[in-house]
Design a protein around this ligand. Structure first.
Ligand SMILES: *Cc1c(COP(=O)(O)O)cnc(C)c1O
Length: 398
C-alpha cells in the first residue's frame, strides 16, 4: 500500500488560508465526521432510542473501535478498549500495575512528562498510603533509574513540549530485567509514528484520540493491556460496564473478560461515532509512509527556520529516531510570536515557559504548507511583528 496523501488531505475540513500545525493538540474535522455524528443522532438515538444499545451496536463500540486503534499502535486484536479521558486511563493503568507488583512502591516517571500524568500518579500514591512514591527523574536519566525498587514506569514516549522521543524498546527491556512493569503514554505517538507495543513487550499503554487521530474535542481515550496480563490485571475503577456480566446487576464486582474489564461506565457514543469516521481515513494509511513524510516535513521546517530565524533555538532533537512528529523552538517572547503567527493564519501553540510548538501531520500538511509557514515565521521575526501589546495577553488556553 502506498499512501495517497492528496486523498487524505481531501478528507479534512481545512479553513481557507489556514496552515494548521496544531494537529498534535487537536486534529481537524474529518469531512465524514459531521454526517456520521448526525446519522448517529437522528437515525440511531432519534429513531432507535434505548434499543440503539443493541441494534446500533453502541454497547460493543468501545472494543470494536479499540481493535481499529490496535492496528495503529502495534497491538494484538482484543487488547485495546475505548473510554473516559487519558488522565483516567493513566490512573487505571497505574493502579492495576501497582496491584500486580505488591512488594514495590515506586512509580518512576520523568520531568518531561505531561503534568496530568504526574498529578494522577501523585493522587494515587496519596490514596494508597505513605509508602507509595512517585519518583521523577530527568528524561535522560530514566534508563539508569530503573532499579529493583521500581514497581512501574510511567513514561510518555514523545515529550509534549520538545518532541523528544524515548527508546521504548530499551526502557521496556530494562524495566522487565529489573522486575518492573511498564506503562507507555502514547498521546503524541498514536497516529504520529509507528508504535510496536506487542513487539517491544509493553505491559500497559494509554493514549488519547483527539490529537493525531482526529476524533474531535473531548474524544475518548484508549487503554491497552498486554494479553499476558489481561485476565489478572485488576481494575481499580471497577465500574459496572467492566463487570463480567453488567446486566446481571450482581451486588459484587467480578472483572469482565480480558480488556473489557478496563471499561468503567457508559461509553460516549456520539464521540465514538466521530472517531469511527476519523479512523476511516487511517484505513488507507501505511504508517511507514506516514513516518517518512513526517520526517521530510519536520526536516524541511527545521532547516528553513534555522536558516531564516537565528533568534529561535531548536528544542527538538535533530536525530530522526530521537523525535516524534512535532518541532519546537524556544524564545523568551514565544507566546507573543505564536499570537502573531496565529493572526497570520499559521496555527501552532505555545507551551510555558518559552516553547513554540508546531505539529506536522502528513495526512493534511504538505511541503508547500511548510514553506509558507517558514516564510511567515521569518517575516514575524525579521520585522518584530510580534512586538505588540495585543500579542502579550495570555488567553486561558495557550
Ligand atoms: C494530551 C495529554 C494528556 C491529556 O489528558 P486528558 O485527560 O485527555 O485531558 C495527558 N497526558 C499526556 C501525555 C498528554 O499529551
Amino acid at each position: 500500500m502506498t499512501t495517497d496523501f492528496t486523498a487524505t488531505r481531501d478528507a479534512f475540513v481545512l479553513p481557507e488560508g489556514m496552515i494548521y500545525l496544531d494537529g498534535n493538540s487537536l486534529g481537524p474535522l474529518p469531512k465524514a465526521a459531521a454526517a456520521r455524528v448526525a446519522q448517529t443522532v437522528t437515525a440511531e438515538w432519534g429513531q432507535m432510542l434505548i434499543t440503539g444499545w443493541n441494534k446500533a451496536g453502541w454497547m460493543d463500540q468501545p472494543a470494536r473501535v479499540g481493535d481499529r486503534i490496535a492496528r495503529l499502535i502495534g497491538a494484538e486484536a482484543g487488547t485495546v478498549v475505548m473510554g473516559d479521558t487519558l488522565s483516567i486511563k493513566v490512573y487505571q493503568a497505574l493502579a492495576s500495575a501497582l496491584a500486580m507488583t505488591p512488594t514495590r512502591k515506586v512509580i518512576l516517571s520523568d520531568s518531561g512528562n505531561f503534568p496530568s500524568d504526574l498529578y494522577m500518579a501523585e493522587g494515587l500514591c496519596r490514596t494508597l498510603g505513605a509508602d507509595y512514591a512517585l519518583r521523577v527523574v530527568e528524561p535522560e536519566a530514566v534508563l539508569d533509574a530503573i532499579d529493583e525498587t521500581v514497581a512501574v514506569t510511567l513514561i510518555t514516549e514523545i515529550d509534549y513540549r520538545t518532541g523528544r522521543r524515548h527508546d521504548m524498546a530499551a526502557i521496556t527491556a530494562r524495566a522487565h530485567d529489573q522486575g518492573a512493569l511498564t506503562i507507555w503514554d502514547l498521546a503524541h505517538s498514536a497516529g504520529a509514528l509507528p508504535v510496536h507495543l506487542a513487539k517491544v513487550g509493553a505491559d500497559f499503554a494509554v493514549g488519547c484520540t483527539y490529537k493525531y487521530l482526529n476524533s474531535g474535542p473531548g474524544g475518548p481515550a484508549f487503554i491497552y493491556v498486554a494479553p499476558r496480563h489481561a485476565e489478572t490485571a485488576r481494575p481499580a475503577l471497577s465500574g459496572w460496564l467492566g463487570h463480567e456480566s453488567p446486566f446481571a446487576f450482581d451486588l459484587d464486582y467480578r472483572p469482565g473478560r480480558g480488556i473489557e474489564r478496563m471499561r468503567v461506565g457508559t461509553p460516549p457514543v456520539l464521540q465514538l461515532a466521530a472517531l469511527e469516521a476519523a479512523l476511516d481515513v487511517w484505513d488507507s494509511v501505511d504508517l511507514a509512509d506516514l513516518r517518512a513524510a513526517s520526517l521530510t516535513l519536520t526536516d524541511q521546517f527545521i532547516k528553513g527556520v534555522e536558516a531564516a530565524c537565528p533568534d529561535l533555538a531548536l528544542a527538538t532533537p535533530r536525530e530522526h529516531d530521537r523525535r516524534g512528529s512535532q518541532v519546537s523552538f524556544r524564545h523568551p517572547q514565544g507566546y507573543a510570536i505564536m499570537q502573531a503567527l496565529i493572526a497570520r493564519g499559521v496555527i501552532g501553540d505555545f507551551r510555558a515557559p518559552d516553547i513554540l510548538r508546531f505539529g506536522f501531520t502528513p495526512l493534511f500538511i504538505g511541503e508547500s504548507d511548510v514553506a509558507k509557514a517558514v516564510d511567515v515565521l521569518a517575516e514575524v521575526m525579521a520585522k518584530r511583528l510580534w512586538d505588540r501589546l495585543e500579542y502579550q495577553t495570555r488567553a486561558k488556553v495557550t
